[in-house]
Design a protein around this ligand. Sequence first.
Ligand code: KG4
Ligand code: ZN
Length: 330
Amino acid sequence: MNILGIESSCDETAASVWSDGRILSNVIASQSVHEQFGGVVPELASRAHHKTITKTVRQALIEAGMNIDEIGAVAVSQGPGLMGSLLVGLSFAKGLALSRQIPVIGVNHIDAHIYASFIEHKEVYPFVALVVSGGHTRLVYADQPFKHEVLGRTRDDAAGEAFDKIGKILGLPYPGGPEIDRLARGGDPAFHDFPRSMIRDGFDFSFSGLKTSVLYYVREKGEEFTRKNLSHICASVSEAIVNVLTVKVMRAAELKGTQNVLLAGGVSANSVLRSRMKQLADEHHLNLMIPSIEYCTDNAAMIAVTGALKARENLFDDLTMKPFARIGEP
Ligand code: KG4
Ligand code: ZN
């Protein structure tokens, strides 16, 4: 079955075609309108999705060399995310399903980040997954598809949110995550010892203390010092975040007795996190799966591949399917 994936949960309008175990196209229309506001403006995001979704889906079909008649099911991001944005993707998917008489598959956006690993790696269970995105930080264990045990989650800011808020404090453009990553490359990670909250306590995370500590640090040191040492500060911030993430994911793999570890979500594009995890995986003989950058940040290939896994498990939805803004909502 050929599956069309649609993603519109935040500020990327994306469409992708999956066929016979392969991604044939992966089209992403990013919304630059939010940059001037230093964060995503929900109302503007919905409007931009509405404007670009038809074009994006058409482009994904063209790049896949496929006609709409050849699509057997449409998978769509159902939540969590911005309600207005989700409604655009869901309504589009339902319209398509109705007109083509094909099934619709609702995909949990966080699950999709996890299963993005199976675009390029062999599907294996059990696994421990570290999901680190702009909205979520969780450690998940799964011994079969879609049976997830949440080992830990963030108590406050998500890892990506922490990167972005710290970027704002440092005067960097939005989103701060990729900027901090870029600047950190020339810096000394030991320049300043920022706090590693909850590093020894269980599997939950907390990043708001780090954010506050950066705020006080740059206030105390002043603008000129901060500007002059920006790459060192970025390297030290990255080190603090990556330190906490890697310690917990390694401990989770050990506790669960699995060698299969995967990274998921936008922050798994971070170069320090990727290289540290690779180093740890080599030392501990782990089967580490990290998606290519294009499958780490929001994309529709991850929705299509998760849709394909759900189709295999016979997990279809119908046209009464509803979007959800937060996990646990009905
Ligand atoms: O998964 P994603 O694209 O969207 C959500 O579902 O939230 O994640 C976006 C987050 C943003 O906070 C962004 O700053 C962060 O991922 N991010 C990074 C990097 N690339 C994206 N954070 C650190 N280093 C990066 N290279
Ligand atoms: Zn995401």
